[in-house]
Design a protein around this ligand. Structure first.
Ligand SMILES: NC(=O)C1=CN([C@@H]2O[C@H](COP(=O)(O)OP(=O)(O)OC[C@H]3O[C@@H](n4cnc5c(N)ncnc54)[C@H](O)[C@@H]3O)[C@@H](O)[C@H]2O)C=CC1
Ligand SMILES: CC(=O)C(=O)O
Ligand SMILES: [Mg+2]
Length: 612
């Protein structure tokens, strides 16, 4: 593209009046800004770098601080992409993107959106896992909110610095205990909160300046971190029990009080805490546990697609889950409820079609120390004299669905997979452990051991697999879906935020699953992936959000006014409120006369220490 001389007349965003009138979260029109000069250039939300127009350079005291050429966002993306491509490896690419986010958010999100398929695995699993493990080493600048268990009395105050009551739509909080499949990462867990929020913006258009990433620093049991002189978090063993409960409760109550509109997303808590927190808060506030509910929803959607291809019914499902932790039991619950609904039977009866395996082997009534959630699935029939390891259970139970959420790489061995395929024509096999190196099996092996018959989806992305599985042994390429909660949590969150749901109900989650299923490529072409890919994320999120909002309205938990009833209008209403990475004209306002806008877009220096 030839360089363009003067882009002053580039129109940054049309501000057509909406047919719905003023929508609370729409972001068209000029952006009020009280910052000037270097402070403005250093503010990631307002900064446009070389794309500031000549007028803005004069109005905001930027002349002399920028080279003369006024460039377009597209030119900036081109330059940024060249810089990104020159990075030596994925972790360096991840670090490059983080620093771009700290400089210019519009450019960061535009770059990501334009190259989403290539960059998704760099800002999310698997590379984000590597960044988290190295947090205290690659740290440059803090982002997010770090709350200290020893300062419970300051939690409310520290949270209050983030904005006013209207400023926050979405909070992702972790305590860092069970990050992806890489265990306790202490305060480095802040990066999973940030990554999930990046996905909320990219996949669902949640405004990047109206979100809050939080890590609850309760210490860490990770010896490597405890012994690392550069570790940035509390250097002590994890607090548990009463002190922990009081800390989390103080956080949630303060967040609710300060930001009553915000939806709270729990991420990567340890198994016991994840469940307890969800059970404790779900009946009271709009909250969601991604590892339990998000994973349950996306996996059920993949299973629906797999059953469609294998021409089996949900009622006939026999599922073995290897790794009965947060995700494994979350999946089991979602599948159990769907079976119960389809067959018109009790949840208890439906749970008989599911076998959970953990470290002691099959979970039976004889296994001690099971949590309440696991006990629901403990087998009561007599297994004495039978093998209760994965191979033994697969041989005995003859499952048509096998799920891996164990973090044990290679656990789905050739023998196990062949045993499964010997009694089911199209086995549905979902190795979901992240990051990539922890998958229970890789698609190439699963397909090769089953002559291309396995219906596979994986927790992290994999390249398509080629093999002689077409008609007459012709070589075909099989694309494997990523079965990650990222397919579904953005749409659920978008729906929850836009309708200002009081609660996130079971029916809203079922509606979300149906939304994903409608986009499943395998429903139209049986050789296609079980779930929609990254290229369709925004469309999927709009559909999921629509379904979630409709269910919330039906259930009486939507509190927003004026939600359209008609589907295409509702889609328009949703899309108008999704944030897009475009530069909007800046309008100067005096700091002292500046009130923070309801959109949280007017940030006065000093009001947001973490982001200013
Ligand atoms: N694809 C997706 O969307 C998601 C994937 N995950 C992945 O699932 C994995 C598990 O995550 P969580 O459930 O949060 O962790 P978790 O720690 O709660 O669960 C893991 C379970 O596997 C069990 N396990 C470990 N070694 C085992 C062995 N040798 N045999 C049998 N069981 C064994 C553990 O005892 C534990 O119960 C992680 O790799 C995580 O990244 C989690 C959430 C979503
Ligand atoms: C995907 C996700 O949430 C996890 O692996 O924990
Ligand atoms: Mg997670």
């Amino acid at each position: 593209m030839p360089p363009q001389k003067n882009q002053d007349h580039q129109q940054q965003q049309p501000s057509e009046p909406s047919k719905f009138g003023h929508l609370p979260l729409s972001t068209s029109g000029p952006l009020e800004c009280a910052l000037k000069g270097t402070v403005l250039l250093n503010h990631p939300y307002f900064n446009k770098g070389s794309a500031f127009t000549s007028q803005e350079r004069h109005d905001f005291e930027l002349t002399g601080l920028l080279p003369q050429s006024v460039q377009t966002l597209e030119q900036q993306v081109q330059r940024a992409y060249e810089q990104y491509s020159a990075q030596p490896d994925d972790l360096a690419k991840n670090t490059f993107l983080t620093s771009m986010k700290e400089q210019n958010e519009v450019l960061y999100f535009k770059l990501l959106l334009d190259h989403l398929e290539e960059m998704f695995s760099v800002v999310y699993t698997p590379t984000e896992g590597e960044a988290i493990q190295n947090y205290s080493r690659i740290f440059r600048r803090p982002e997010g909110l770090f709350l200290n268990i020893h300062d419970i009395d300051r939690v409310h105050h520290d949270l209050s610095l983030w904005g006013t009551a209207d400023d926050v739509d979405y909070i992702v909080v972790t305590d860092g205990e069970e990050i992806l499949g890489i265990g306790d990462q202490g305060c480095g867990g802040i990066l999973i909160s940030i990554a999930k929020l990046v996905l909320m913006t990219i996949c669902a258009g949640i405004h990047p300046n109206r979100v809050l990433p939080v890590v609850l620093d309760c210490g860490t049991d990770n010896e490597t971190l405890l012994n690392d002189p550069l570790y940035l978090g509390l250097r002590e063993k994890r607090a548990r029990g009463e002190q922990y409960d009081r800390f989390v409760e103080t956080f949630i109550r303060s967040a609710r009080e300060l930001y009553p509109k915000a939806y709270i997303h729990f991420e990567d808590f340890g198994f016991q805490n994840a469940r307890q927190l969800l059970d404790r808060w779900r009946p009271e506030i709009p909250c969601f546990n991604d590892d339990v509910q998000g994973t349950g929803c996306v996996t059920l959607a993949a299973i629906f697609a797999g059953l469609h291809v294998s021409k089996q019914k949900l009622g006939d499902l026999r599922m073995v889950v290897f790794g009965a932790g947060t995700a494994g039991v979350g999946i089991a619950d979602q599948v159990r409820d769907a079976i119960a609904e389809e067959r018109g039977i009790s949840k208890e009866e439906a749970s008989r079609q599911i076998w959970l395996i953990d470290k002691p082997g099959l979970l039976t009534a004889q296994v001690e120390g099971l949590s309440d959630a696991q006990k629901t699935y403990a087998r009561s029939e007599d297994w004495s004299g039978k093998e209760t390891d994965l191979l033994g259970v697969v041989k005995e139970v003859k499952p048509n669905v096998l799920v891996g959420t164990s973090t044990v790489p290679g656990a789905f061995t050739e023998e196990i997979v062949r045993a499964m395929a010997s009694h089911v024509d199209r086995p549905i096999i979902l190795p979901l452990s992240n990051p990539t190196r922890l998958h229970e099996a890789v698609p190439a092996d699963l397909l090769s051991w089953t002559d291309g018959k396995a219906l596979v989806a994986t927790g992290s992305p994999f390249k398509p697999v080629k093999g002689p599985w077409g008609p007459d042994g012709k070589e075909v390429e099989i694309e494997v879906a990523e079965c990650n909660n990222s397919v579904v949590f953005p749409g659920i969150g978008l729906g929850g935020v836009l309708c200002r749901a009081r609660l996130v109900t079971d029916k809203m989650l079922i509606a979300a699953i149906n939304g994903v299923v409608e986009f499943g490529p395998a429903l139209k072409d049986e050789t296609a992936p079980l779930l929609p890919g990254v290229d369709m994320v925004r469309q999927v999120s709009v559909r999921v959000a629509r379904k979630v909002i409709q269910a919330a309205v039906e259930e009486g938990v939507a509190t927003e006014q004026g939600i359209p009833k008609e589907e295409s209008e509702l889609d328009e209403w949703i899309m108008e409120q999704m944030w897009d990475p475009v530069y909007r004209p800046l309008k100067y306002v005096e700091a002292h006369s500046a009130s923070r806008s309801a959109k949280g877009e007017l940030r006065v220096v000093g009001s947001l220490p973490q982001r200013g």
